[in-house]
Design a protein around this ligand. Structure first.
Ligand SMILES: [Zn+2]
Length: 601
């Protein structure tokens, strides 16, 4: 009897528990609009910011951009005449608008002798708009690598050439000689009890490792499932959105274990992956495009300011498969067999190569060159908070010219640079000033490795930077297809439903420092005055190869705006006739409002 009653009770409760389950499921379904702010009906701005807001127009922005991206400036390469002209132009406009200089203290030239002769006291040093930076330009490098196997009196050696068998972008003269260890893929994955460094001493040694992870292209492989897939086979991303090598676990482990350097072997067994072909291909973007004469100029900051901040610590030498097999062949091993064993067993096959040592010598010819960040500011209205700065920046440099090809860089990052100028003018014109000071920065050396912004973070005009707002490539519109594709690039699926709602002509990506959620609130609130269709994503790490990254690395809150990445990216075809004045006007107005609020809170 009791059993029957209990059974009837359970039966009667079943529909309720099913309903509760379904409800919870409905509750868990993520809101497809979570990462979006799509505004069509805009609200007027407050009187407090109106004058500045209204002064920002797409028309003005394009006018400045025509000058900055003209052939005469020859693509504004760092430490070039074209760049210096663009910098002087921006500084002149800052001065015209009454923006105060925030660069180095300057002493007018020739003043000392003339003053002395005229018996006048020397002129007071005064501040300029340029923050001068010395760069080490690598003009050329030559080198060689030699592997030696020795056992008693028996000895074998083999030499290799740079840009044929290996590539190594060293700055300065370097010479390394050390034993070699093979670490497979160099992975430590506790969830799979897979540790290729177990019982291996790599301190002071060359670590030879394959790129990526086991099981490439094998859907069954545990490395190709869920979170592990994202970690080891992330979507191929454009350069500017890639994680810094230094932060990827594959390079962090040998760094922490004190290895001498990494010898990175391309995982994919396709001949094209070989160094020589890669080098040639790196000169052209794809087959439809020409090979640009010459090579890109290479520069680094003197004494590598901020390099430790980036943790690009361990030297990495990309070696060809052929070179890897020559080295392993010294002890009768080869990449193909070892890879097969690792894939087949998912067990470590790491080993020290007994009797094998490698020596890599690199001699670089270099010279000192000078360039400058352009810096201006308006002082905050609050006696305390004016000692904190909101830094609004974009990079003024671009790729320069290669033979007859001029990389005008209208979108990259002419658009962000004139955006910073337009915002500076707006703050100068707006009668009300926010509590914190605002620094307007045009960076040099971004295309060379974020050199200008890294230098500023180490040498700020105002000690405390409250937040950085970065504008890079804000002038090109998407189309629907690009939009769907961009979702994958950012690792976020854009649902069909959302895609239908988006107007690609007013679409922008905004990423912000997830450690400072108030930034998102302020941006969403102010978009109601501007009317952008925006994807807004928080990230704990300042990913992406643009100038907000050095601020993020220094734990300074940041925000980054970027619009469409088109096929003109890093091409001579990135010209002013393709930009959208409307889109730029909106993004620049939003940045002005957000900066005002962030400086005033
Ligand atoms: Zn850029």
């Amino acid at each position: 009897m009791k059993k029957t009653l209990l059974f009837i009770l359970i039966l009667s409760l079943l529909p309720y528990s099913l309903a509760i389950g379904q409800q919870e499921q409905a509750e868990e379904k993520p809101d497809p609009m979570k990462n979006f702010s799509l505004v069509d009906e805009t609200q007027p701005v407050s009187e407090k910011v109106k004058v500045g807001f209204d002064s920002i127009t797409g028309k003005d922005t394009v006018t400045y951009l025509k000058f900055i991206s003209d052939d005469l400036l020859e693509g504004r390469d760092t430490a070039s005449e074209g760049y210096d002209i663009a910098a002087l132009y921006a500084a002149t406009m800052f001065e015209l608008w009454g923006i105060k200089p925030a660069g180095d203290m300057e002493r007018p030239s020739m003043d000392f002798r003339r003053m002395m002769m005229q018996g006048q006291p020397p002129a007071q040093a005064k501040r300029g708009y340029f923050q001068n930076i010395a760069f080490l330009e690598t003009l050329g490098s030559e080198g060689q690598a030699t592997v030696t196997w020795q056992k008693g009196l028996m000895k074998k050696t083999k030499s290799f050439s740079p840009d044929m068998d290996y590539t190594y972008r060293a700055s300065g003269n370097q010479s390394m000689t050390a034993p070699v260890v093979f670490v497979g893929y160099g992975i430590q994955e506790p969830s799979l009890k897979f540790d290729e460094y177990k019982n291996l001493d790599v301190k002071g040694k060359f670590v030879m490792m394959l790129s990526e992870a086991p099981g490439k292209g094998d859907p069954e492989s545990p490395f190709n499932q869920g979170e592990l897939k994202k970690k080891y086979f992330p979507e191929r991303q454009p350069r500017m959105m890639r994680r810094r090598r230094s932060t990827s676990p594959k390079f962090k482990v040998p760094t922490d274990l004190g290895a001498e350097a990494v010898l990175l072997v391309e995982n994919s067994p396709d001949e094209n992956a070989d160094i020589a072909r890669q080098y040639l291909n790196s000169q052209r973007i794809n087959d439809e495009r020409p090979i640009y004469p010459g090579t890109r100029r290479r520069m680094s900051l003197v004494d590598n300011i901020g390099r430790s901040m980036f943790g690009d610590s361990i030297p990495t030498i990309r070696i060809s498969r052929k070179m890897a097999n020559e080295i392993l062949g010294m002890v009768d091993h080869d990449i193909g067999t070892l890879k097969g064993k690792i894939e087949g067993t998912l067990k470590s096959h790491s080993m020290a190569l007994q009797g094998v040592s490698l020596s890599v010598k690199n001699k670089t010819e270099s010279k000192l060159v000078n360039s400058m960040n352009v810096l201006g500011y308006i002082e905050g209205s609050d006696p305390e908070l004016k000692n904190e700065a909101v830094v609004i920046g974009g990079h003024l440099d671009h790729l320069g010219r290669r033979g007859d090809y001029i990389f005008n860089g209208a979108d990259d990052d002419g658009s962000g640079s004139v955006g910073v100028m337009e915002i500076a003018e707006a703050f100068a014109k707006n009668p009300v000033k926010p509590k914190r000071s605002i620094v307007f920065a045009l960076w040099t050396g971004e295309e060379k490795g974020l050199l200008g912004s890294r230098y500023y973070v180490a040498n700020p005009f105002i000690e405390k930077t409250a937040v950085n707002l970065n504008l890079d490539m804000i002038s090109r519109v998407y189309d629907k297809e690009m939009l769907a594709r961009s979702g994958r690039r950012w690792g976020i699926e854009v649902s069909k439903e959302v895609l239908e709602k988006i107007d690609p002509k007013k679409y922008v990506n905004c990423s912000f420092d997830a450690n400072t959620p108030v930034i998102e609130e302020i941006i969403r609130k102010n978009n109601n005055h501007v009317g952008l269709h925006m994807r807004i994503t928080g990230s704990k790490e300042a990913t992406g190869g643009s100038d907000h990254a050095p601020f993020g690395q220094a734990k300074i809150p940041w925000t980054f705006f970027i619009a469409a990445m088109t096929e003109d990216y890093h091409q001579p075809s990135d010209s002013v006739d393709k930009v959208s004045a409307d889109l730029m006007e909106k993004i620049i107005r939003l940045t002005y409002l957000a900066a005002f609020d962030l400086a005033d809170k």
